[in-house]
Design a protein around this ligand. Structure first.
Ligand SMILES: Nc1nc2c(ncn2[C@@H]2O[C@H](COP(=O)(O)OP(=O)(O)OP(=O)(O)O)[C@@H](O)[C@H]2O)c(=O)[nH]1
Ligand SMILES: [Mg+2]
Length: 464
């Protein structure tokens, strides 16, 4: 694909989000954009011509509208091919950050025979021009969309080429194996036991790496998408208090009157780097109050849809029939029990009772009011969210669905090689080794089909 860049037309888009801000940026990319922009730009300093300026330069001046009148005062940042985001000549117009200045500047730019960019088109060009590989290009949107520090960190690693390094190492290994296989074609008599052993070891090692990458992908998904956790329990157990202490702010009303929360309250927060949609619900009980009744119904719905349920018990009241009725509804869910109000002097629940009524459920002893045991709860939430995907040798990288599918195909090919290895001549293994290599190549973007490339950029915003 490289070398085609001269055939790409000139594109432009507003790269900053709509609305008011300090500045707005209109980004232009393509072979003629500097020339074209120079026609609508009046520099502050006489004699300055941006089309003559070097890359990485800034020029202050004015954008002129179609009548030649000054439209807005702007700063122009110039990046010349190939040292730009897209790999082409790129120019950014930094105008005042309002809806109108940005839109009017863009209109003026478009009048120069530059077309509006499609979503993700700048990054697509960066990929097609070899500035970023496929995995890195996909990381761009992950960085933009990151919902927690952790997912951002993972995305930045992907952007810096971390995933690709693993893939290249795997590719090197398999190419070496393939060379060995090919050598066996040329010198069949010299291929002995040793080669089989060596080939087998290489494949097993490669499979182990692929396995770890697939696992990392599953984990990363949780960091990327997050989970929904519902707090449930009978009235007055301290659900809203728990929401507040986890959020570290007084979000929900807390009173000693049972039935205080009547609606579902939702807040987004990050627990151990996992984006969590935390939902406080109305205390579940039979009630004649119409408003509360609707609230209870809504709570049930939310609890059904949550990935994780935090079930609160009150150490002050002991385990009641109400608790057991709620437990019956939720016992098949991903459950953590929080035995709340541990600060109370007199506790009416024992470990034995917990084991008896709620066998096999993890229990955290805590005080939402005094912020005790909350950290342990956070650890449990992390554990449950990652659902056994936690291993000490886990890779700290993000692997998206497209990449994971390619890894699974590579794994299948290598498993085939392993299976028939002893039965067929070494040279017959080449097909599957190449199959695995092709699948791995898709991750970094070698030989990607047009529609796959299209799909990669469907989530992007305009201007990126
Ligand atoms: N001693 C003690 N009291 C607590 C604790 N957590 C909550 N409470 C008290 O229990 C009462 C009810 O707390 P809420 O957080 O409103 O309980 P809730 O489960 O949201 O109640 P509803 O919204 O009515 O279902 C309040 O008086 C809280 O101060 C705790 O850890 N220890
Ligand atoms: Mg409440």
């Amino acid at each position: 694909m490289q070398g085609l860049d001269m055939f790409y037309d000139d594109i432009a888009a507003i790269s900053t989000p709509p609305g008011e801000g300090g500045i707005a940026i209109i980004r232009l990319s393509g072979g003629q954009v500097i020339e074209k922009a120079s026609k609508i730009f009046r520099p502050y300093q006489d004699g300055v011509d941006i089309s003559k300026k070097a890359g990485y330069s800034l020029t202050l001046g004015w954008i002129k509208d179609e009548t030649g009148e000054d439209l807005d005062e702007v700063l122009i940042a110039l990046m010349r091919a190939p040292r730009s985001y897209t790999g082409e000549d790129t120019l950014e117009i930094h105008c005042h950050g309002g809806v109108l200045p940005a839109r009017r500047c863009l209109e003026t730019v478009l009048r120069q025979g530059i077309r509006i960019a499609e979503p993700g088109e700048f990054t697509r060009r960066a990929f097609l021009n070899g500035r970023l590989d496929a995995s890195q290009a996909e990381a761009v949107i992950e960085v933009i969309r990151a919902k927690s520090e952790k997912s951002m960190k993972l995305a930045v690693k992907q952007l810096s080429g971390h995933n690709s390094e693993y893939i290249h190492t795997l590719e090197d290994r398999l190419l070496e194996l393939n060379a060995m296989v090919e050598a066996s074609l040329d010198f069949p008599d010299e291929v002995g036991e040793l080669e089989y052993k060596k080939a087998e070891a290489t494949i097993l090692e490669s499979l182990a790496v692929i396995e770890r990458l697939i696992r990392a992908g599953k984990r990363a998904d949780i960091y990327r998408k997050g989970i929904a956790a519902a707090i449930c329990g009978k009235p007055n157990v301290g659900k809203s208090s728990l929401l507040n202490v986890l959020l570290k702010k007084e979000r929900a009303i807390v009173t000693s009157i049972p039935g205080t929360t009547r609606d579902v309250i939702e807040e987004q927060l990050s627990i151990k780097g996992i984006p969590v949609r935390l939902i406080d619900t109305a205390g579940i009980r039979a009630t004649e109050d119409i408003v509360e009744k609707i609230g209870v119904e809504r709570s049930r719905e939310v609890i059904r849809e949550a990935d994780l349920v935090i079930f609160l018990l009150d150490l002050g009241t002991g385990i009641t029939a109400e608790d057991l009725a709620i437990y019956k509804e939720i016992k098949h869910r991903n459950l953590i029990i929080l035995a709340n109000k541990e600060d109370l002097e007199k506790k009416h629940i024992t470990e034995d009772e917990l084991g008896h009524y709620f066998p096999g459920v993890r229990v955290v002893w805590a005080s939402a009011r005094e912020d005790k045991g909350i950290e342990e709860l956070e650890d449990r939430v992390e554990e449950m969210a990652l659902g056994g995907e936690l291993h000490s040798d886990d890779l700290e990288i993000m692997v998206n669905l497209r990449q994971r599918e390619a890894l699974i195909r590579a794994r299948e090919h290598l498993e085939d090689v392993l299976q028939v290895m002893q039965a067929v001549p070494l040279d017959c293994l080449g097909v599957d080794i190449w199959g695995a290599l092709e699948a791995l190549g898709e991750i970094t973007g070698k030989n990607l089909k047009e529609e796959v490339i299209d799909r990669m950029f469907t989530d992007f915003c305009i201007g990126k």
